[in-house]
Write a protein that binds this ligand. Sequence first.
Ligand SMILES: Nc1ncnc2c1ncn2[C@@H]1O[C@H](COP(=O)(O)OP(=O)(O)OP(=O)(O)O)[C@@H](O)[C@H]1O
Ligand SMILES: [Mg+2]
Length: 151
Amino acid sequence: MDRIFETANTNETQELGKALGKRLKPGDFLALTGDLGAGKTAFTAGIARGLGIEEDITSPTFTIINQYEAKIPLAHMDAYRLNGPEELENIGYYDYLEGFVVVLEWADRVECLVPEDALRIDIAVLDENRRSIRIHSQSPKFDKILQELNA
Ligand SMILES: Nc1ncnc2c1ncn2[C@@H]1O[C@H](COP(=O)(O)OP(=O)(O)OP(=O)(O)O)[C@@H](O)[C@H]1O
Ligand SMILES: [Mg+2]
């Protein structure tokens, strides 16, 4: 199932992320794609809010994995600077798959690591402040969540 949302500013993107984040469970994997500056990290900040995380989210571009503790913890990953999937595997990628909500930016760079049932989120830049956010579910659990998202 596919849904496409359009946001007019950063806050609307975060609110969409937050609405999604509220519905996520440990083991949920979100694969994010979109150009530099599209809004992947902004969307993830919203997800964190939805999970009840109050800390500010910073981009994991250099740290590769940032982890945030909460009732449902978040592992925020970024594959932009990786030379290959093994770099992510070597810093503990598999340790996060069950107990965390995992959000992976630049998922297309490590496609072989993305679980088959991952929720796919692609953000396209329409103009300076408008974004098109396409969310593609490949599993019944995410279909249900997608149906519940209003906008
Ligand atoms: N509708 C919008 N949704 C999200 N971000 C927006 C929007 N309009 C403007 N922006 C701005 O675009 C930028 C998005 O930056 P962000 O770091 O979230 O992108 P990114 O996709 O994570 O980039 P990178 O590939 O470098 O990780 C921010 O400066 C944000 O304020
Ligand atoms: Mg980012």
